[in-house]
Design a protein around this ligand. Structure first.
Ligand SMILES: [Zn+2]
Length: 366
């Protein structure tokens, strides 16, 4: 096992999240609810350094074709948040302002190393997972952790999944919406989903945008591309039968499940109308969506309310996408603004669902 060295991680704050500004009115404990943020990110500089040192060949650049103004915004933000990158106390201060009791740290999506050689990808994942686990262990009352796995090699991915759960005490693993263009429903990846199902651990499907020239302007690669890419991935998991074969798989789809969670009937129509859309599954496609979990990252109480009504409050988990500027800076306020929720539903969405799903102990009230 790779030794754990002093933790290095990145926590960058968007302006709205910065303690010096923002309009947050909630404070930790004020709502009386136990709040778990299951969608937020951390970064390991050791893993990135290993990749920079050892990777042979070109490095992917998702911003390569983005509009100049998009590249400028990204660069300016990176410079602005640099002082906050390693300040654990500042991170905790933001959590307090958001009324978040526990962050479940998952890797920054820049940490998917599926584009490099498998052995190097595995080694980078191990460093990364060690670092994020160490960060959580430094303050277990405020942090828990998820890892990631080298999906370009299935046996390595399964081995690292087991290490994350069994050795590092992680609560799940975060994966991209594809493996360098290969669908998650590929038969090659069956052992990974079987292992996750057997372990009962969460798989957090978190995309990294959609890169095509029609998405170059207006940050569309993320704004439209993230929910689109999740939708494509989940559609494959449904139509190719992955979710049919793994009914016990705990799969959470980021950003409210992408577009598919809110627009399912077209799939069902196709399944009934065309023989090429029902070759591998017998149930309606939308039935499989009910197996999934979704985070609250939709920015609108009405849209969040739709997810709750359709899939059940117990399937919805609070998230912030901290520390990125596409994040939600008042996650509890968003849940409280959803019309018609009971206190029990609010408490579940804000933290108790995640606690139950991820094995997080809920502190007793004094
Ligand atoms: Zn995210």
């Amino acid at each position: 096992m790779t030794p754990i060295t002093p933790l290095e991680f990145v926590s960058c704050l968007s302006p709205a999240m910065a303690p010096a500004g923002g309009g947050l009115v909630l404070a930790r404990g004020k709502t009386g609810m136990f709040v778990v943020d299951m969608h937020c990110h951390a970064l390991s500089r050791r893993a990135d350094a290993l990749i920079r040192r050892e990777h042979k060949g070109a490095f992917p650049n998702p911003m390569a074709h983005a509009a100049p103004e998009t590249r400028r915004v990204a660069k300016a933000q990176a410079a602005r948040v640099e002082p906050d990158l390693t300040d654990l106390n500042r991170r905790l201060a933001v959590m307090d302002r958001m009324a978040v009791d526990i962050q479940v740290l998952s890797p920054s999506p820049t940490h998917y190393y599926t584009w490099t050689e498998a052995g190097l990808g595995r080694d980078a994942c191990r460093l990364l997972n060690d670092d994020i686990a160490a960060m959580a262990a430094s303050n277990p009352k405020r942090f828990a952790a998820m890892g990631t796995v080298p999906l370009q090699d299935t046996p390595m991915a399964v081995a690292e999944l087991r290490r994350c759960v069994k050795d590092l005490g992680m609560r799940g693993v975060e994966i991209n919406s594809d493996v360098e263009g290969e669908e998650l429903s590929s038969p090659r990846l069956e052992p990974f989903f079987a292992a996750a199902e057997e372990l009962g651990t969460l798989v957090f499907l978190h995309p990294t945008g959609f890169h095509h020239e029609r998405f170059n302007q207006h940050y569309f690669g993320n704004v439209l591309g993230n929910p689109l890419n999740s939708s494509i991935a989940v559609a494959h998991l449904i139509f190719d039968g992955t979710l049919d074969r793994h009914p016990g798989l705990k799969l959470c789809v980021a950003h409210g499940g992408g577009y598919l969670a809110a627009y399912h009937a077209r799939m069902d129509h196709a399944h009934g109308a065309r023989e090429d859309c029902c070759m591998r599954i017998s149930r309606k496609p939308s039935e499989y969506l009910k197996q999934l979990y979704f985070d609250t990252m939709v920015f609108d109480p009405q849209e969040l309310g739709y997810l709750v009504r359709r899939y059940g409050a117990e399937k919805i988990l609070l998230g912030t996408d901290f520390p990125f500027d596409m994040g939600e800076d008042d996650p509890v306020g968003l849940v409280l603004a959803v019309p018609g929720l009971s206190e029990q539903q609010r408490a579940g969405i804000c933290g108790l669902n995640a606690a139950r799903l991820l094995g997080i102990e809920v502190p007793r009230k004094n």
